[in-house]
Design a protein around this ligand. Structure first.
Ligand code: CS2
Ligand code: MG
Length: 402
């Protein structure tokens, strides 16, 4: 069996998605998500100009060797752009493998460890009352775990909270907008938000929070410590993960569980964090972390240290990634939770999906492979439109972290 061609499909049903479609000489094709929010065309170019020509003629069943061809075989290793391309190739090849063997992807990864996976919703309020209202709405929809973000008094716009009434989308049209940030206002306010949310909804509901890498290690330690009484499921991206040692300081001061890694792209971003048990959940998703082949190894490595998965799952990760992720989470032993931010309705014009949400959980059907298909004619009706994540400055104008 041979790969005969591959196509990169860039479309914008409300937001940009990049999808890789790999074709074989036996008529079977596979899909992989190659979306990297705000950098879509960089991945398209790497795939089209460098990866696809090298794929032609390879046997698509050799997922391990092909993964290493594009990882070990490449002089300039790692990095978000190239690892997103590697991920898409790998995902599409596993899709093909499932279709050849006429079995859903989870069967190739160990079968079912569970029938359905626990997911968490987003509640993003402009202020405390709006936040409490939004948490209530997610609970009404059936969610048992909710990520709580709130506008902060004195900060004009907080990342993760919509500017108007539209559904929250983590990229805005055109070049990056500038957000202004004040850590002390944030640190003074967030514990109060969680106190009120717990008062309103009790202790059964799982609560999560994303600090979006905006604290220094000592600030993050204070936040984790002050959130302790509210028993979070996790505190996410408390610090920027480039300095893995930074997490030691948070650990010394608090028992709030920690999740990190949505911007990571290889196992080497995690070695200190995992071996020193500085975190509780790995966030690096299939689409940016080297696909199924690499994440299988990262998840197994984490499981040795009692660390579970809690993969990134915002709307900028396509339905192809979400479906592959559900298979993956159903199969592995150390599944923790899955982020689930439902896509806008028009995304279904292009992607035909095979998963369903019910009462706080996602499940997937037995369609062979990943089980998602793409309607290319429909995709062509939604041309790419540039959109970027904002940049972040302190209130005095200083460029600040993501
Ligand atoms: C967030 C995302 O889902 C999350 O945890 O951090 O909004 C993230 O910032 C975007 O997906 C980035 O593209
Ligand atoms: Mg996040």
């Amino acid at each position: 069996m041979r790969i005969t061609s591959a196509k990169v499909i860039l479309s914008c049903p409300g937001r940009n998605f990049v999808t890789l479609k790999i074709f074989t000489d036996e008529g079977i094709y596979g899909l992989g998500d190659a979306t990297l929010n705000g950098m879509e065309k960089a991945v398209v170019t790497y795939l089209e100009e460098y990866c696809v020509p090298a794929l032609i003629g390879k046997d698509p069943r050799n997922t391990e060797d092909i993964w290493h061809y594009f990882y070990r075989g490449v002089y300039w290793k790692r990095g978000s752009v190239s690892m997103t391309a590697v991920s898409a190739i790998d995902m599409a090849l596993w899709d093909i493998k499932g279709k050849i063997l006429n079995t859903p992807l989870y069967n190739l990864l160990g079968g079912k460890s569970r029938e359905k996976i626990l997911v968490y919703a987003h509640a993003n309020g402009k202020d405390l009352n709006d936040t409490i209202d939004k948490v209530g709405k997610e609970i009404e929809k059936g969610f048992r775990a909710v990520r709580v973000q709130s506008g902060i008094p004195g900060i004009d716009h907080t990342y993760g909270v919509t500017r108007g009434d539209e559904a929250y989308e983590p990229a805005e049209k055109g070049l990056p907008k500038t957000d202004y940030w004040d850590t002390s206002k944030y640190l003074n306010y967030i514990p109060f938000v969680f106190e009120k949310v717990r008062e309103s909804f009790g202790t059964d509901i799982h609560l999560l929070h994303d600090a979006h890498h905006r604290c220094t290690p000592i600030e993050a330690a204070r936040l984790a410590k002050e959130l302790e009484p509210f028993h979070l499921f996790w505190l996410e991206d408390a610090v920027t993960g480039e300095l893995q040692e930074g997490l030691r300081l948070i650990r010394k001061h608090s028992t709030t569980p920690l999740a990190i890694g949505e911007v990571f792209n290889s196992i080497y971003d995690y070695t200190t964090l995992i071996t020193e048990q500085l975190i509780d959940y790995i966030r690096m998703p299939l689409v940016h972390g080297g696909g199924i082949t690499h994440l299988k190894k990262v998840a197994a490595f984490a499981s040795v240290y009692h660390i579970n998965t809690g993969f990134h799952g915002a709307t900028d990760l396509s339905p192809v990634n979400l479906a592959a992720t559900i298979h993956f989470n159903i199969a592995i032993n150390n599944f923790g939770i899955q982020e689930y931010m439902p896509h806008q309705e028009i995304v279904n014009d292009i992607f035909k999906t095979n998963y369903k949400f019910d009462n706080g959980f996602l499940s997937i059907d037995d369609t062979p492979g990943i089980g998602v298909d793409i309607d290319e004619e429909q995709a062509a009706k939604y041309p790419y439109s540039m959109a970027c994540l904002p940049v972040n400055r302190k209130s005095d104008g200083t460029m600040f972290y993501w």
